[in-house]
Design a protein around this ligand. Structure first.
Ligand code: KG4
Ligand code: ZN
Length: 358
């Protein structure tokens, strides 16, 4: 089995994945949402200190699970990029120590590739039969929308080592814009699930009232690119123009209107991607990343996929946000290729390497 470590942002997580059949044997994750919530975003120094405390705590639990016998671990995998330097380093230090202690090789994993491989996590830790039927490998070529706190990208995967970047955000990411709007509204962190639930409540409580309306970003721009900072600022101005504190109805209306414009922007750009002559033969499309948990976005994109006859692939909701199980799923592919990094050469990087995405 492979022990994988994730600490690129605010989740400390470890997993064990079987090398034989890629099933997830064990998974543990401690999030730091509460600690960062009062700041309305992640404070890197706090995140780093919490990883330093929590990674050893969860390693202890993993050892108990294995009855203190780590001999079945054949490699250690760790996220080394992209992410926050001060948190990535905590995971890498633990990985190096484990490699030296167990005399096993090190696998350095790109976190974004991890999100892509969240699609094939075969979860033997749950009762869910459906996850055990997950594919051992991904359909290829595969179009991918990656929506997280740090990235909004369309990627096209041709094979394990060839993933091209088709489109990205010019400024903020999709998830980040939810976090910022939640901060303006004083809702806490992470903003995505909070905004989504206030929007849902508004739509349920006021089915006949239209929500606040915000411009859809880059509406008349035919380029494959994203932008969220203009929308974010339009929402900020709308909040400032309302009488404070906001009524529950205004709060819900802002959340619903913002979510609608942000998702409409994504759907329009994915439609452009599907209309591209080079993409017309593409049969498979996936949405991954923490923000792919958004139901409104999932529904809108599944309708679009049905229209363009694309098979839509989604990760299990529990594995959309950062986790070590997805790092284990990528690590299996690296292991098959004997793609190891010498311990003294392994480094963290806040950005992806030029060779990661073409
Ligand atoms: O992938 P992830 O866990 O971390 C990064 O790699 O960045 O994504 C976290 C991001 C946060 O910005 C969070 O607000 C957003 O995903 N997110 C959502 C939802 N759930 C999480 N955004 C919109 N709607 C959601 N339901
Ligand atoms: Zn992530």
């Amino acid at each position: 089995m492979i022990l994988s470590i994730e600490s690129s942002c605010d989740d400390s997580s470890l997993a064990l994945t079987s090398i034989d059949d890629a099933t997830l044997i064990y998974h543990i994750k401690l999030s730091q949402d509460e600690e960062h919530s009062t700041y309305g975003g992640i404070v890197p120094e706090i995140a780093s200190r919490l990883h330093a405390q929590r990674l050893p705590e969860i390693l202890k639990k993993l050892k108990v699970f294995l009855n203190n016998d780590l001999s079945a671990i054949k490699a250690i995998a760790v996220t080394t990029r992209p992410g926050l330097s001060v948190t990535l380093i905590e995971g890498l230090m633990m990985a190096k120590a484990l490699c030296l202690g167990l005399q096993v090789p090190l696998i350095c994993v790109n976190h974004l590739k991890g999100h892509i491989y969240s699609l094939c996590i075969r979860n033997a830790t749950s009762d869910s039969q459906s996850t055990l039927s997950k594919p051992l490998s991904l359909p290829q070529p595969l179009g991918i929308l990656l929506v997280s706190g740090g990235h909004t990208q369309i990627l096209q995967m041709h094979n394990f080592n060839t993933i091209s970047l088709v489109a990205q955000s010019l400024d903020d990411s999709f998830g980040e814009s939810f976090d910022k709007v939640a901060k303006y509204l004083g809702l806490g962190y992470p903003g995505g699930p909070l905004i989504e639930s206030y929007a849902k409540e508004f739509i349920q409580n006021y089915p006949h009232i239209t929500s606040h309306s915000f411009p859809v970003p880059l509406l008349h721009n035919q380029k494959l690119q994203f932008s969220f900072s203009g929308l974010k600022n339009a929402v900020r101005l709308a909040i400032e123009a309302l009488s404070q504190p906001l009524s529950p109805k205004d709060l819900g209306s802002i959340c619903a209107g913002f979510q609608q414009s942000a998702c409409e922007h994504i759907v329009r750009k994915v439609r452009l991607y599907f209309q591209n002559p080079q993409t017309q033969d593409l049969a498979d499309f996936a949405i991954v990343g923490g923000a792919s948990a958004n139901t409104y976005l999932r529904t809108a994109l599944s309708e679009l996929c049905a229209e363009y006859k694309k098979q839509l692939h989604l990760a299990e909701l529990a594995f959309c946000a950062d986790n070590a199980a997805m790092i284990g799923a990528v690590a299996i592919e690296h292991y098959k290729r004997q793609d190891f990094t010498p311990i003294d050469e392994a480094q963290i990087s806040p950005k992806s390497l030029p060779s990661d995405f073409l």
